[in-house]
Design a protein around this ligand. Structure first.
Ligand code: SAH
Length: 585
């Protein structure tokens, strides 16, 4: 039951609105004196909406406070219904209630509890996109609180997995050795491991107070004689894992040879354990080097190894590399082996859009929050610094050091990290995607996150300059000889393309723009519309529509794009429009 307390006419009418919106849930205490009403609501309700000031509410309730898990949740709403402040019991209903009130009263929720505010990666879904599962969820609250309150939390086993950043108090211990000397039982920590827990004499389990994540790091390879039972195959798999001290929760799939794709015992054993089955042709497995090949098996199936080769081959296909962690074990009719993969790191190439926050895509936002390393030009890092999770490592560099930035990003990703290489607009348009991908090997996962490029941002401001075929041309001759640029401008002129010039003019490069415009002017009339957009979607944005004949190159700098119409472009009511077709005159 939600108790509502109000002392003013406004408060009472809002209380009525709540009772109407949430029938059966609301009890009004508006007839009593405010302090009595609050005390009564505190005694009889699960939560309270108080239309009194925060101070007044706290003064009355302070002597009644007992424990956050048993006290009612309290939200205060101000007289003008602008804010719903979650005052007491944020995680026990108040944050939620503050947000629900938004829907009815139109006020803004004010939430001050740490995990909702700090942007720290939530532990219950940490690594979930990589396939991590939590082994001991009962520790989530304890370890989560330690992470948020800044206590030292040891992070072990996460190296090599492209995980989001955790705040700086979550640290890799200096070395396992020091850790043992300091304390004989591990303290509060986070452990990523595919190792089975080994109970020991001194305490209940080796994991102690550590929140354990199971990474999807293992592949079980299986071979068998025709007709093997699920019981036999399953038991052998379980024994092989247990013998090597490996956790079944970390098994990503079961691998075997194509010939066994319909082997019921194997399929059933996998299904019982919730694993997928992948199969490979014998010729492929025959190429895999294994410690225990068998000529007998080669004669029968065409590969000297099934279990070991399939485990290794599958693990390699998912990861950066793989090793055999349990060599071939045999039962009467089956063989099993286990391989562990080293995961691939991730390079996200993220376009941040032209500047304004609402032109940054939700996917770009998500990619930034999934990264632990962000590489980019300092001014672009500034554009998104507030979006990064606490603990994100930032590698900034100045203008010009493109190749170095690209190499750094790739190296960090190849070391197994989650890296965001950022750029303005779209990161693939005159930007970092190409230099980075010239270096990146196939040992890294690459994700391109598109951004709104300057041409498109400018187009929206000007009208519809790109309504028909158009060309982007960069006038920077730093990396491209002028002859090539000139040839392209001429081709665009002859083809009657609308043109968007990037990098149009700098202090040191001032003659290129007039030269390019002259080429265009030879093929289209002097009243052809030209749009100049400087700092599109940034605070000092300027938008100018002029003509080929009237353009003043002095008005153009490196923060500008210049859009030139085709012979058909027109200005309509001050807007730059390129028609979608050519009407025959
Ligand atoms: N990757 C960027 C382009 C980088 S090249 C993108 O997709 O937008 C740099 C040039 O882009 C600048 O010289 C300028 O011509 C243009 N530019 C980038 N952002 C701009 C903005 N917000 N407004 C106007 N022009 C911009």
């Amino acid at each position: 039951m939600i108790g509502v307390v109000a002392a003013t006419a406004g408060g009472r009418s809002a209380a009525g609105a709540l009772a109407a919106a949430w029938p059966g849930e609301v009890r009004s205490f508006t007839d009593l004196k405010a302090s009595e009403a609050l005390r009564e609501a505190w005694r009889t309700c699960d939560s309270i909406v108080s239309f009194l000031a925060v101070g007044a509410t706290v003064r009355v309730l302070a002597p009644l406070l007992e424990h956050k898990t048993t006290d009612p949740a309290v939200v205060c709403v101000d007289e003008s219904m602008r804010f719903a402040v979650a005052v007491l019991g944020g995680h026990h209903g108040a944050n939620l209630l503050a947000r629900r009130l938004t829907g009815v009263l139109g006020c803004e929720p004010v939430v001050t509890t740490a995990s909702d505010r700090t942007g720290v990666a939530p532990l219950d879904s940490y690594g979930a996109d990589l396939g991590f599962t939590v082994h001991n969820p009962d520790l989530l609250a304890h370890v989560g609180a330690a992470v948020l309150s800044g206590e030292p939390v040891a992070l072990e086993g996460a190296d090599g997995w492209p995980l989001p950043a955790l705040p700086p108090n979550v640290r890799v211990p200096p070395s396992a050795q020091d850790e043992r000397e300091e304390q004989d039982e591990p303290g509060t920590g986070i452990l990523v491991t595919d190792g089975a827990e080994i109970a020991c004499m001194c305490h209940e389990g080796w994991f102690g107070n550590r929140l354990v994540y199971r990474p999807p790091s293992l592949v079980v390879g299986v071979g068998s004689a025709r007709g093997v039972t699920a019981a036999e195959a399953g038991e052998l798999i379980d024994l092989t894992l247990a013998g090597a001290g490996l956790a079944p929760e970390s098994v990503r799939c079961l691998a075997t040879v194509d010939l066994k794709a319909d082997e019921e015992g194997i399929l059933k054993a996998a299904e019982e354990r919730g694993w997928e089955v992948v199969t490979f042709p014998a010729e492929v497995l025959a190429e895999v080097e294994v410690p225990n090949p068998s000529e007998v098996v080669r004669a029968e199936v065409g590969t000297p190894s099934v279990a070991e080769a399939a485990a290794l081959h599958a693990a390699r296909s998912f990861g950066r590399s793989a090793e055999l962690v349990a060599p071939k074990h045999k039962s009467a009719n089956a063989t099993a082996a286990v391989a562990r993969l080293a995961p691939k790191g991730r390079l996200s190439i993220v376009g941040l859009g032209p500047g304004a926050r609402d032109l940054l895509t939700p996917r770009a936002h998500e990619a930034l929050r999934r990264s632990s390393v962000v590489v980019g030009l300092d001014q672009y890092v500034d554009q998104v610094r507030d979006l990064l999770r606490p603990g994100t490592r930032i590698v900034e560099s100045g203008l010009g050091q493109e190749e170095e930035r690209a190499r750094t990003a790739v190296e960090e990703a190849e070391a197994g990290r989650a890296v965001a290489l950022i750029g303005s607009g779209d990161a693939g348009v005159y930007a970092m995607a190409s230099p980075a991908l010239e270096f990146a090997s196939d040992r890294v996962e690459v994700e391109g996150v598109p951004g709104i490029t300057a041409a498109v941002a400018a187009s929206g401001l000007l009208g519809a300059p790109l309504g028909h075929d158009h060309a982007y041309i960069s006038l920077s001759d730093l990396h491209t000889p002028w002859e090539i640029i000139e040839r392209r401008v001429r081709a665009a002129a002859e083809g009657d393309f609308a043109v968007c010039f990037y990098n149009p003019r700098s202090r040191a490069r001032d003659w290129q723009l007039p030269a390019a415009l002259e080429i265009l002017a030879a093929h289209r009339p002097p009243d052809t519309p030209v749009g100049l957009v400087r700092n599109a979607s940034r605070p000092d944005e300027t938008v100018t529509v002029t003509t080929l004949g009237g353009l003043d190159p002095e008005a153009v700098d490196m923060l500008t794009v210049v859009l030139v119409g085709s012979s058909r472009s027109r200005t309509v009511a001050g807007r730059f429009v390129t028609p979608r077709g050519y009407r025959w005159a």
